[in-house]
Design a protein around this ligand. Structure first.
Ligand code: ADP
Ligand code: MG
Length: 321
C-alpha cells in the first residue's frame, strides 16, 4: 500500500500548493469557521493547517490514513451528487506517503495525535486539544527525490500557494482564513461572508472600489459575483476565479464568457479581476474527472456561458463606460 500511495501522491500531491489545497479543503469539509495556514520555506520545510472544525474521531484516525477511505461518501450514488470538496479519500494517505505528517485532532471530547512518516505510523498518543484539527507536514518529498527535482524556485512555489489560498478564500467568504509565510502575514480574511472584503484583502482595499457586482439567473443556473472595471486588468487569467457550487474550478469557456461580457472594452490579451459564483443542481456537474478535482464537465455549458456574457454585458451597459 505504501507504493500505491506514492503513485497516487504523484497525482494528488504535485507540489507544496497541492498539499495546502487538500488540507484546507478537508478543513472546509469539517465545517471550520477559522482556518490558519502557516508555511515555512515555501512549504518545503513545513506546511501547517489548523482548523476549528468537527475533528476526527480517534477510532477513525487509522482509516483517515487509509487510501480510498473517506467519511464523505455513504453510497455509490453519492459520486454523482457531490457536495463536499473531498470524496476520494486519497489526500491524507498520499501526503503521508511522501512526507512527515503530524496530525492532532479532537472532536471536543476525545483527542489523538498521529505521526506518520513515509506511509508508516511512527507514533500515536492521546492528545488534548480544543475541538478541531491541526496537520503539520514537513520534509515533503523526502523519499521521492525525482519529484523534488521538478520543483520550481521557492518564490514560484510560494506564489502557487498564495494563488490557491486566494482562490479558496474567494470561494468561502464565510470562513476566516490566514496565511503566514516565514512569520509574514500574506492573507487575512474576516469570515463575514462578504466577497468584496475578501477581494480587498487579496488585492488591496483600493481595488475593491473598482469592482462591479452582478447577478443573473435562468432556469438552471444562478450566477453572481464581481468584475473589475475595464481599467483594472491583468495580463493572465489567474485572477478570474470561478466558483461552481462552492468549489474552485478551471473552465476556460466560463473565463471566455466573462471576457465576452466586456464587449471588446478590454484590451486584447488582458483579463479582468473577477469572481463568479455559479449555483446549479449538482447532478448537472461531473467533478469526477481528475484526482485534483479542478476540472469539471458541465451539462448545458453553452446555456451557462450565454447567461454569463449577457449578465455582464448588461451590467456594463448600465455603468455608462
Ligand atoms: P477525502 O477528503 O477525500 O474524504 P482525505 O484523504 O482528504 O479524503 O481525508 C480522509 C478523511 O479524514 C476525511 O474523509 C475526513 O473524514 C478526515 N479528515 C481529514 N482532514 C480532516 C479535518 N481537518 N477535519 C476533520 N476530518 C478530517
Ligand atoms: Mg480531502
Amino acid at each position: 500500500p505504501i507504493l500505491s500511495n506514492q503513485i497516487a501522491a504523484g497525482e494528488v500531491v504535485e507540489r507544496p500548493a497541492s498539499v495546502v489545497k487538500e488540507l484546507v479543503e478537508n478543513s472546509i469539509d469539517a465545517h471550520s469557521t477559522q482556518i490558519d495556514v502557516n508555511i515555512s520555506d515555501a512549504g518545503f520545510k513545513m506546511i501547517q493547517v489548523i482548523d476549528d472544525g468537527r475533528g476526527i474521531d480517534p477510532k477513525d484516525l487509522p482509516l483517515a490514513f487509509t487510501r480510498h477511505a473517506t467519511s464523505k461518501i455513504i453510497d455509490r450514488r453519492d459520486l454523482f451528487n457531490v457536495h463536499s470538496l473531498g470524496f476520494r479519500g486519497e489526500a491524507l494517505p498520499s501526503i503521508a506517503s511522501v512526507a512527515d505528517v503530524d496530525l492532532k485532532t479532537s472532536n471536543g471530547t476525545e483527542g489523538a495525535e498521529y505521526h506518520v512518516r513515509g506511509g508508516k505510523l511512527i507514533d500515536r498518543k492521546p492528545a488534548e486539544l480544543r475541538r478541531g484539527t491541526s496537520v503539520s507536514v514537513s520534509n515533503l518529498f523526502f523519499n521521492t527525490p525525482a519529484r523534488l527535482k521538478y520543483m520550481k524556485t521557492p518564490a514560484t512555489e510560494l506564489s502557487k500557494i498564495t494563488d490557491a489560498m486566494n482562490q479558496i478564500a474567494l470561494g468561502h467568504p464565510e470562513i476566516s482564513f490566514t496565511l503566514v509565510h516565514n512569520q509574514r502575514e500574506l492573507l487575512r480574511t474576516a469570515g463575514r461572508n462578504d466577497q468584496l472584503q475578501v477581494i480587498g484583502g487579496i488585492y488591496g482595499a483600493s481595488k475593491a472600489h473598482k469592482m462591479l457586482s452582478f447577478k443573473g439567473a435562468d432556469l438552471d443556473f444562478k450566477i453572481n459575483g464581481y468584475v473589475s472595471l475595464p481599467e483594472l486588468t491583468r495580463a493572465n487569467r489567474n485572477y478570474v476565479v470561478v466558483i461552481l457550487n462552492g468549489r474552485f474550478v478551471k473552465n476556460y469557456s466560463i473565463v471566455k464568457a466573462i471576457v465576452d461580457g466586456y464587449k471588446s472594452k478590454l484590451m486584447v490579451g488582458r483579463y479582468p479581476i473577477a469572481v463568479i459564483n455559479i449555483q446549479t443542481d449538482p447532478t448537472l456537474v461531473d467533478v469526477n474527472v481528475h484526482p485534483t478535482k479542478q476540472s469539471v464537465r458541465i451539462s448545458k455549458e453553452e446555456q451557462l456561458c450565454t447567461l454569463i456574457t449577457n449578465t455582464i454585458a448588461e451590467r456594463f451597459l448600465h455603468q455608462n463606460l
